[in-house]
Ligand binder design. Sequence first.
Ligand code: BTN
Length: 145
Amino acid sequence: MVQATPFLLVLFLALGAHSLPAKKCSLTGRWINDLGSNMTISPVNANGDFAGSYHTAVSATSNEIKLSPLKGSMQKSPNQKGQPTFGFTVNWSFSDSITVFTGQCFVDDDGNEVLKTMWLLRSRVENIKNDWKATRVGINVFTRL
Ligand code: BTN
């Protein structure tokens, strides 16, 4: 019985841990990505809409980088289980381009929130013949600042 006690204690704690509510991932706040770009997301409203600002560390242009507005939408379905999918658009204030991001807000194994995203950057081109080279695609990973 004495030997069984520590085993039962560990079993109890292991089973009990499963009944604890899992940490949820929230979009609101300040984030930095793998390129060093920063963004701030304001509180998400009841419809899942949100706004914010984006300071990119890099640009496809030679223009001076400026803070740019973003608008987005987060999925509110009950199936999201605290790790919601979302999308947002950055309307660059210093170039003719637009970027759309889509992603999911995760809580990783260490309990840290992380935004895994993919993006499409649409640049303006002078004519339809150049359309083929107007869109870049990539991945960004954001962590909380
Ligand atoms: C432009 O170059 O016309 C605007 C800036 C684009 C910055 C891109 S958007 C995708 C990628 N992720 C970033 O944080 N910055 C670049």
